[in-house]
Design a protein around this ligand. Sequence first.
Ligand code: WQD
Length: 338
Amino acid sequence: MKKNKILVTGGLGFIGSHTVVELQQKGFDVVIIDDLSNTRIEVLDGITAITGVRPEFVQMDLKDKVHVASFFEQHSIDGVIHFAASKAVGESVEQPLKYYENNISTLVYLLKNMTKNKVPHLIFSSSCTVYGQADELPITENAPVKKAESPYGNTKQIGEEIIQDVTKVFDLNAIALRYFNPIGAHESVEIGELPLGVPQNLIPYVTQTAAGIREELSVFGHDYPTPDGTAVRDYIHVVDLAKAHIIALQRLLEGKNKSKMEYFNLGTGTGSSVLDVINAFKKANQMDVNYKIVARREGDITSAYADTKLANEELGWKANLGLEEALSSAWQWQLKQK
Ligand code: WQD
């Protein structure tokens, strides 16, 4: 039987690479497009080491309209999982045009080519940032989308709206997956999070501090209205997150979606503060993390964690791996870095 061929844009990135592994292990044929702007080609070796199958890889900037068009003419694609985007919240505030160009125009070119070539299924990498600071916790998919706190968050909101409009007039079905905070690494330690430069996100900064690469972790704020004063997030293991993408894709391939565009929150349903993470890291790895409390980071929200009911009931998916397992895998991955 012919295998479904899936295009994974940004497939050498953190979540993308873990999703490619799960796709291959579920029998899909995968082709990756990545511009290598925020990852390394060696990730392809990591994927191959895990699955034994080297995915087809095309280095391409999705802003290159001509190249994108010729790609779709040369490949018969059954579905697309679209990760490729710039994703640093702070950087997006300083360089908004980079984010609007890279995250929005590439989505438009992708959709133009998908509709022209009748590629019927799209999984879109979205984010819980679309909710801003939600009024109610845990956060459901019906929570109002609020004005984004950053151009990065705005590109996710605009991206969802663009896709929604396209599904209304084209033969396209889409699912937006709204991630909470992806962390951890594959158990094989062949792939993981690869922040190039100074990490923006908490977990890579924690592991680099424990490894002595960073002097100490700055904890951004100790005066939030939370149990210990530090901000709360829903940290989800990247492998759990990757598995949800396969389930969502199969939902579309099997025509089980209940509308042409659906939205699912992907989190564990548990909120953890920054100090909770530091303590869990210590417990999981018997490693201390030097830290100091500093001022809040501009644009950060107090608390976000997912209501997982819809994904549990509609997708039949839930996160299985806990915070300590994620922090242990992140540490093993850090130890492997040169
Ligand atoms: C987590 C918590 C910080 C670093 C963003 C995006 C989201 C997704 C993940 C792309 C916060 C605190 C952090 C540090 C700290 N982006 N922190 N010291 O901001 O919740 O989410 O990244 O996939 O869409 O919005 O993640 O890891 O940056 O921060 O105290 O050195 O850790 O204040 O409370 P965030 P984060």
